[in-house]
Design a protein around this ligand. Structure first.
Ligand code: PMP
Ligand code: GLN
Length: 384
């Protein structure tokens, strides 16, 4: 019998992701689920038909490794129209198994043992494991104040000769804040005479509210020349389960990322690439998204008025963070679990995104839900 009990773990501190834990508990207790970030309404029927059509038309074998040219062209021109940056269709874009795989490949391709990677906390949970798997060291900088601002002076102070990469995420999960033009310009200035790579997680680029503009790294020449920008079709087109994403980067970076893409999946879903290439011909499909989700956010906040939950309106993403300290001083993980088991409502405790799991008595609510679901959730939350 082999003895695998004492095998050294590559991620000794790794735990099951909070998204699996909370969604699993929500299913078990048949709770209303505002936890993991996905919509509970359907993706567009027309898009589904395009996938079926592609399958019937015989697009069922491997597509080119970096994606079909029709979809590469669509995305390259979408980015050019929105952000003014022209990526090379042949060499500066790949489609990935969700943004998750793009992030993994980008970090794996450039982070060497001992390299430092700056991550702002609270942060989405996939960056740090990816950095550690590559032998790198996450350098954690806390976002400041109620608006979760980046202190650029602190960033400058924490950059060392070992800093290989900085990870940014705008609109930001979990806080719902966005980076401003001035933030991006300060970052541009800071990185100017360095070889630091920027990893820009922009999966919520179209989910942005109150007349805010998405400040993509592609928009700023001094950032675009060093940036890997990651995006997710799942977030934009209400089909997170399809696990389709992409990244764009200058060719000199992309040729390294591709080596990891080849080794991890080689290529991704062919019929869906065909469908997206067609569907993207109508920009309304993504340009209308900000309005659509702003109405959801407003609906949720309106429903929460008069409850003991308090929060600053989210400026982007489909998440709303709320403080519950008027209700209880329980740890947020315990409170979130009790909300499921005793009240039938699932959320995400925000401590899991924070440095050292610090508890700020906050929960994250995903408002990408039907009005009926949001109403039922608010009814439960008002009773607390
Ligand atoms: N980055 C952030 C900030 C996210 O919230 C998510 C979750 N969707 C991802 C990346 C991963 O996206 P995907 O589901 O396309 O892998
Ligand atoms: N991005 C989603 C969230 O923050 C979850 C994705 C996942 O389950 N890994 O809820």
């Amino acid at each position: 019998m082999p003895d695998f009990q004492n095998l050294p773990s590559k991620l000794p501190a790794g735990k099951t992701s909070i998204f699996s834990v909370m969604s699993g508990l929500a299913r078990k207790h048949k709770a209303i689920d505002l936890s993991q970030g996905f919509p509970n309404f359907e993706t567009d029927n027309h898009l589904k038909e395009l996938v079926c059509k592609a399958m019937k038309d015989g697009y069922n074998q491997y597509p080119p490794m970096n994606g079909i040219p029709e979809l590469r062209e669509q995305i390259v021109s979408k980015i050019e129209n929105l952000y003014g940056k022209k990526y090379e269709e042949a060499s500066e874009i790949i489609f990935t198994a969700g943004a998750t795989q793009a992030l993994y490949c980008a970090i794996s391709a450039f982070v060497h043992p001992g390299d430092e990677v700056i991550v702002f906390k609270p942060a989405y949970d996939s960056y740090e494991p990816d950095i550690k798997l590559a032998g790198g060291k996450p350098v954690l900088i806390e976002l400041k104040g109620k608006d979760f601002k980046i202190d650029w002076q602190e960033v400058e102070d924490r950059i060392t000769s070992k800093t290989r990469m900085i990870v940014i995420n705008t609109p930001h999960n979990p806080t719902g804040t966005v980076l401003s033009k001035s933030d991006m310009q300060q970052l541009e200035k800071l990185l100017k005479s360095t070889n630091i790579i920027l990893l820009s997680d922009e999966v919520y680029e179209h989910l942005i509210y109150d007349d805010e503009q998405h400040q993509s790294a592609s928009k700023f020449p001094g950032l675009a020349e060093r940036a890997i920008v990651c995006a997710s079709f799942g977030k934009t087109f209400h089909n997170t389960g399809w696990k389709m994403g992409y990244c764009v980067a200058p060719e000199v970076l992309m040729k390294e990322i591709i080596k990891f893409h080849q080794a991890t999946v080689f290529c991704v879903n062919h019929p869906m690439q065909r469908a997206f290439a067609e569907y993207l011909k109508n920009p309304e499909h993504y340009l209308s998204l900000g309005n659509f989700y702003q109405q959801k956010r407003d609906k949720f906040l309106e429903l929460m008025q008069g409850s003991k939950f308090k929060g600053t309106p989210s400026k982007g993403t489909y998440f709303q963070v709320m403080d519950y300290s008027e209700i209880t001083d329980e740890h947020d993980v315990d409170f979130a679990k009790r909300l499921i088991t005793e009240h039938g409502l699932a959320t995400i405790p925000v401590s899991v995104f924070h440095k050292d799991g610090k508890d700020h008595k906050q929960l994250r609510f995903c408002f990408a839900k039907t009005d009926e679901t949001l109403e039922k959730a608010a009814e439960i939350l008002h009773k607390l």
